[in-house]
Design a protein around this ligand. Structure first.
Ligand SMILES: [Zn+2]
Ligand SMILES: [Zn+2]
Length: 299
């Protein structure tokens, strides 16, 4: 199954040529409920995990009090995403690996309000003896247990949100209102900056730009070397919201989206997760070395 994002109603580079060198390719993952195996790319599916390697556990005691585990002791982490590069061309992988696995502790943590994540890069061919029954956490926050989904990756071009642009360009972009585009109307009462709703994709994705909105953009340097980190994986509570839905719902989902509306389990909420009040959790990595620790942020 493929998923196809409708073309942007305007070519931004025609209107603002200065955006051209800033373009980035993002890969929308388009997770949809299914029955992935450990040999599939998935969200919330089983992992190709070596039987000889310890399963990751969370040992911290800073779980948010409103949703903390009832039992004491380490918590088995749960699969969030498994991505094979054959399914996600352009996935930035260390040399010699072809598989990214992301797990999290299924509770919010007080230090950043997010589930704690761990990343593993592997060569699938080296995993010959596979763990068949991975540990499960004794309990978990229901909103942080992703529904098993297969993915339908699609490459899209993104540009930075206006707040992330150099000031003069950012203010010109922010004032642009698309009066000249037939058939395109925004409710100006609700959408201050139409460009911001069109330049970066919502939903689960690899790479691309952050949908800044909760805060103004702030630096996210690598804790080891200080290089600015880049978004690797966006874990999204929604594939699109009520503002996005006229522009980001794949053609293949448009009829179902009208039927379901914006509810969990429908096309806009296929993974049934909710990160801290319907936000995105963005995992960022250092472009200079995969051995430097990842960081994460909420937006
Ligand atoms: Zn934890
Ligand atoms: Zn670094």
């Amino acid at each position: 199954m493929t998923r196809t994002t409708p073309p942007r109603p305007v070519d931004f580079v025609t209107v603002f040529p200065e955006l051209a060198p800033l373009a980035r390719t993002a890969i929308r993952l388009h997770p949809r409920p299914g029955r992935p195996s450990m040999h599939d790319s998935s969200v919330g599916g089983p992992l190709l995990w070596p039987a000889t390697e310890p399963w990751p556990y969370c040992h911290t005691d800073d779980h948010h009090v409103a949703m903390s585990p009832e039992s004491d002791g380490p918590i088995a982490m749960v699969p969030v995403a498994q991505l094979y590069v054959r399914d996600v061309p352009g996935l930035p992988l260390p040399e010699g690996s072809d598989l990214l696995q992301v797990l999290w502790c299924p509770f919010e943590h007080d230090n950043d309000g997010l589930p704690k994540t761990v990343l593993f890069w592997r060569s699938a061919a080296t995993v010959t003896d596979v763990l068949v029954e991975p540990p499960q956490p004794a309990d978990f926050a229901p909103d942080l247990a992703p529904e098993p989904c297969l993915i339908n990756p699609e490459q899209v071009i993104e540009y930075p949100r206006s707040a992330e642009l150099e000031r003069e360009l950012g203010s010109r972009v922010a004032q642009w209102t698309m009066p000249q585009i037939p058939g395109v109307e925004f409710d100006v009462e609700e959408v201050d900056v139409p460009y911001d709703f069109l330049c970066t994709a919502p939903g689960w994705k690899i790479g691309g730009f952050v949908r800044w909105g909760m805060q103004d953009p702030y630096p996210n340097p690598c804790p080891t070397c200080g290089t600015p980190t880049e978004p690797l994986l966006t874990i999204a509570s929604e594939e699109w919201d009520s503002f996005d839905k006229d522009y980001w719902v794949p053609f293949e989902d448009q009829a179902a989206n009208i039927a379901w509306g914006d509810i969990q389990g429908g096309p806009s909420g296929p993974t049934r997760i909710c990160v801290s009040d319907v936000n995105d959790q963005i995992i960022r990595v250092c472009p200079t070395s995969h051995e430097h620790p990842h960081i994460q942020m909420m937006q």
